[in-house]
Design a protein around this ligand. Structure first.
Ligand SMILES: Cc1cc2nc3c(=O)[nH]c(=O)nc-3n(C[C@H](O)[C@H](O)[C@H](O)COP(=O)(O)OP(=O)(O)OC[C@H]3O[C@@H](n4cnc5c(N)ncnc54)[C@H](O)[C@@H]3O)c2cc1C
Length: 360
């Protein structure tokens, strides 16, 4: 029997989908010495390019179960990835901390209870007298915002991360193929992925990282997997009020579920919404600014300077994400409707372990 190392070097793995999940899987597996081909049709229009890059791991309030385990593992793995990827982009960083705020007293009590019960030094309650809260209350002309700060969570620039992974994958000689896979099948122990142009790509294994479209490639009779599209929207707003300096606010924070990233003195990004839809609606501004009851004038009068959206896939009838060994040599790693950026390191580690076991 061949050694594991020999198998690794010989095995050819096709990854379908080049969003953050496909790229992370390719990175993890190329580190192990496999031959990788990553195939995507239109990688610039995927949901990964739309992401705001907030990494909400440690502030997750359910400290048990699969979702927490994946977050916990990702929190541990991210610093290792940053060290590795910095060789390809020294500016790549996770900017910490992250602040989560609410105007709802019940939700705030839950936050207090969560921090009290977990006794985690990396989390702290932010009350009205905190300097962060003072600036936020002043800018949003409110009195009732409060929340928590997480010193271990933060934000990575998603676009910069994707570009850095591309550089890393090029360095690792990962093969990139532009094309849409319309069919996969197994023949004589090998997987054959067929492109729309009728090109056949042979491999020992296939990993489906192509979000919603993954279900088109699997046998629905053998695998009961359902995915629903979830729209995520974001916009950049330009304000015109000399009294307000958006840079006085924290670098990134979340109020009542909306993520806010000040970009300059008079520009900020707000995202994202979750709707079962595939097309953005006209009232993006209204939807994304409904995080406080009474909007300050500078926000009401703000102008959208950019807006964008991404379609994510949400598993229907099971927890997100879907990570399964479907058949010998066929793995699915998809259904990341939220937190795909955060969870990518832990999920690609899971895939790598399955592949090691398969080849062993
Ligand atoms: C506005 C917005 C903000 C977000 N903010 C955050 C955030 O702050 N933090 C966070 O962690 N997450 C965030 N997310 C979620 C995150 O973006 C997703 O969870 C993540 O991008 C999912 O990545 P993916 O690789 O599974 O999918 P995608 O990025 O959608 O990639 C799937 C790829 O598969 C390709 N593909 C599909 N079918 C085929 C086929 N047949 N053949 C070849 N290729 C195919 C597509 O072209 C695409 O490139 C946000 C999402 C949105 C939309």
């Amino acid at each position: 029997m061949k050694s594991l190392k020999e198998n690794f070097q010989k095995a050819h793995i096709v990854i379908i989908g080049s969003g953050i999940i496909g790229k992370f899987n390719a990175s993890e597996l190329s580190e192990l010495g496999f031959q990788i081909t990553i195939i995507d049709s239109t990688q610039l229009q995927n949901s990964s390019n739309a992401a705001l890059g907030l990494l909400m791991g440690n502030m997750y309030q359910k400290r048990r179960g699969r979702s927490w385990d994946l977050r916990k593992q990702s929190i541990e793995l991210w610093p290792q990835w940053i060290t590795l990827l910095k060789k390809f982009n020294y500016e790549l960083n996770i900017e910490k901390p992250l602040i989560q705020l609410t105007t709802n007293d019940e939700k705030f009590k839950k936050l207090e209870k969560f921090i009290y019960e977990n006794n985690d030094q990396n989390l702290q309650i932010l009350k009205k007298d905190s300097i962060f809260i003072k600036y936020i209350n002043k800018a949003f002309q409110t009195k009732n915002i409060k929340g928590m700060i997480s010193f271990q969570d933060g934000r990575i620039n998603a676009l910069s991360l994707l570009q850095t992974l591309d550089k890393y994958l090029k360095h690792k000689k990962v093969n990139y193929l532009q094309g849409e896979i319309i069919k996969i099948r197994k023949s004589n122990g090998q997987w054959i992925s067929t492109t729309r142009n009728n090109e056949n790509i042979k491999s020992d294994m296939v990993i489906l990282c192509n979000s919603l479209k993954a279900i088109d490639l699997i046998d629905s009779l053998s695998h009961n997997i359902k995915l629903k599209p979830v729209l995520g929207q974001a916009m950049e707003i330009e304000i015109n009020d000399a009294e307000v300096d958006l840079l006085s606010l924290p670098k990134h924070f979340n109020i009542n579920g909306k993520n806010i990233i000040p970009k300059s003195k008079n520009k900020l990004i707000i995202g994202s919404t979750d709707e079962f839809s595939t097309m953005p609606e006209e009232n993006t501004f209204e939807k994304l600014t409904n995080f406080i009851d009474k909007k300050p004038n500078w926000l009401m009068q703000g102008k959208i300077s950019k807006k964008w959206f991404g379609i994510r896939s949400r598993p229907d009838g099971e927890a997100s994400p879907i990570m399964k060994n479907l058949e010998d040599g066929l793995i699915i790693c998809t259904g990341f409707y939220k937190n795909g950026i955060l969870l990518a390191p832990a999920c690609s580690k899971w895939v790598a372990e399955k592949i090691k076991n398969y080849l062993n």
